[in-house]
Ligand binder design. Structure first.
Ligand code: DOR
Ligand code: ZN
Length: 361
């Protein structure tokens, strides 16, 4: 049995680092495990300009723990008023790595998102021409569509026509959760990829209602039926270059999660690699973890692979019930559970508090 694996330093191709105190509380966890990360732009107000992305990048770098070797890759939040010239300039000046499409009202801070993608033809043509990736939150927002069907309906109504109309546009379908998404990406051209989160590999929708309502298992897109989880797992470990690591780590304070209207998002950054390693191990595919975590993403984005390596050791680790930083308390993915892999690194892990949180268990 493999007791240790060493892989090229990985990247996180989808993360929410937030801002202010929350940024300071969470960024060290991502920087500890990953060399680079695609940083989501859904701040309040959203990151829609070169100036805003440059300033946000500066705040991220300033919040990093001393000695961290981490590069944030910034994204531009698309609105109905998105300006193709600003986007092209931002990409050419290497401020923006990609644009993010949130259908309006699909998720956290998406009120300024796009109401009709067809109105963005000018932006999409420009992105296609310059090779700039479009990152897609793939859910329709129509209240008549069942929440568990919103990804599949998005693929049919929005994504398939988009791919037909912009056949050379690089598209990443983010945080895929369904067999329909797996099939669409697998059957598409090399210009279409997908990110996969730890939670969509580990939980199905039962986890959200396990003996009571479980706000820490709630994210968007919401976890689906078991057969979908199995399809997503198969894609992740398939070795296909179309599928790569994107945690979608999305911290919300414990009070905002455990509420009458709890926020969507799972904070998985502190034990992300351990969680992925466990899945790849369970699928007898540890030899494919490196491709998924460290190669497919940079190859898709046309960026160099990282130098250096990280090691994961087979060893039980207990995930704390909560992680505290100053006034902020966060419940991590796998809280209170044991994971069978340890991330081995010479640099110390950010301080992890152990304040207990309420549980029905
Ligand atoms: O669960 C989610 N949380 N999904 C998203 O798309 C956004 C994210 C957030 O920003 O909290
Ligand atoms: Zn996200």
């Amino acid at each position: 049995m493999t007791s240790e694996i060493t892989i090229r330093r990985p990247d996180d191709w989808h993360v929410h680092l937030r801002d202010g105190d929350m940024l300071a509380a969470v960024v060290g966890h991502t920087a500890h495990q990953f060399a680079r990360a695609i940083v989501m732009p859904n701040l309040t107000p959203p990151v829609v300009s070169i100036a805003a992305a440059t300033a946000y990048r500066g705040r991220i770098l300033a919040a990093l723990p001393a000695g961290a070797d981490f590069s944030p890759l910034m994204t531009c939040y698309l609105t109905d008023d998105a300006d193709p010239a600003e986007i092209a300039r931002g990409y050419q000046e290497r401020v923006f790595a990609a644009c993010k499409l949130y259908p309006a009202h699909a998720t956290t801070n998406s009120a300024h998102g796009v109401t009709d993608i067809r109105a963005l033809a000018g932006v999409l043509e420009t992105m296609q021409r310059i090779g700039m990736p479009l990152l897609v939150h793939g859910e329709v927002t129509d209240r008549d569509v069942d929440i568990f069907d919103r990804e599949a309906v998005f693929i049919e109504r929005v994504l398939a026509p988009l791919v037909r109309d912009f056949p050379a546009l690089k598209i990443v379908l983010e945080h895929i959760t369904t067999s329909e998404a797996v099939a669409f990406v697998a059957d598409g051209g090399a210009q279409i990829g997908a990110t996969i989160t730890p939670q969509h590999l580990v939980i199905n929708r039962n986890a959200i209602f396990d003996g009571g309502i479980r706000p820490h298992a709630y994210c968007l897109p919401v976890a689906k039926r078991e057969r979908h989880r199995l399809a997503v797992r198969k894609a992740a470990v398939s070795g296909s270059p179309k599928f790569f690591l994107g945690t979608d780590s999305a911290p919300h304070s414990v009070g905002r999660k455990e509420s009458a209207c709890g926020c969507a998002g799972i904070f998985n950054a502190p034990f992300a690699l351990e969680s992925y390693a466990q899945v790849f191990d369970e699928e007898n595919a540890l030899d494919r973890l490196e491709g998924f975590a460290s190669e497919h993403g940079p190859n898709f984005y046309g960026l160099p692979l990282n130098e250096g390596s990280v090691t994961l050791r087979r060893e039980d680790i207990g995930v704390p019930a909560a992680i505290t930083a100053g006034e902020i308390s966060l419940v991590p993915f796998h809280a209170g559970e044991t994971i069978g892999w340890r991330f081995v690194d010479e640099t110390p892990r950010p301080v992890i508090g152990a304040a207990p949180v309420a549980t029905n268990r």
